[in-house]
Design a binder for this molecule. Structure first.
Ligand SMILES: Cc1cc2nc3c(=O)[nH]c(=O)nc-3n(C[C@H](O)[C@H](O)[C@H](O)COP(=O)(O)O)c2cc1C
Length: 189
């Protein structure tokens, strides 16, 4: 209930057995057909500089007009955390398990990672944008078809501690069916 994405992330990031425990929760995601589609790439410490360089080169290649300040912003964004866990998936086309079910399993695994990060006292945020839109990033970190890159979890410790944003009320998101069997007092009783 208290998990929230954290965008300002500093050291420490999880490492060693704690990181292994966090990643292992990803393997507990539901997985139709036991396809085990999860593929994670961990980028840590000095590797983040290489990741930032990859992001800047990709930006410059897709937009040769990009000014220095824009590329500096791309670099700074890629360096926003001491660690990144790239959310990849091995997605099989023309398989009896539809692609969307494979992708949902990858996403469920990513959600387990975010919850586990929080439970272990760390923070993270799931970012897509150019990282997933530009195939040069996926290729640059070693994802090759049928592997795809679905997001970047930036990982570390929330700089300002944990701040849970307000969440919406439950009622608009839940319907009971058939309606006449709905609990009389709603779910709040
Ligand atoms: C698939 C996916 C992609 C996202 N991509 C971005 C992104 O590129 N940039 C961004 O600012 N937030 C992105 N978000 C939203 C944040 O990860 C986060 O969920 C949002 O800021 C709300 O914070 P909360 O998780 O505490 O509710 C994405 C979320 C998901 C599920």
């Amino acid at each position: 209930m208290s998990r929230a994405s954290a965008t300002e992330l500093v050291e420490p990031a999880p490492r060693g057995q704690v990181l292994a425990r966090i990643l292992s929760t990803g393997l507990r995601a539901p997985d139709h057909g036991k396809l085990r589609p999860w593929r994670w790439v961990v980028i840590d410490g000095p590797g983040m500089e290489d990741f930032a360089t990859l992001a800047v080169r990709a930006h410059a290649a897709r937009d040769p007009e990009a000014r220095g300040a824009e590329l500096d912003r791309t670099r700074a964004k890629a360096l926003r955390a001491p660690m990144a866990i790239l959310i990849g998936g091995r997605i099989l086309s023309n398989h009896k398990i539809p692609e969307i079910e494979q992708v949902m399993s990858v996403a469920a695994g990513a959600m387990n990672l975010l919850n586990a990060l929080h439970a272990e006292g760390f923070g993270g945020v799931w970012i897509t944008g150019a990282y997933t839109a530009d195939p040069a990033i996926a290729a640059g970190v070693g994802f090759e078809p049928p592997e795809r890159l679905f997001g970047v979890l930036f990982v570390g410790t929330p700089e300002d501690g944990f701040r849970a944003p307000p969440r919406p009320e439950l009622d608009p998101f839940v319907r009971h069916w058939p309606p006449h069997r709905a609990p009389a007092g709603g779910l709040s009783d």
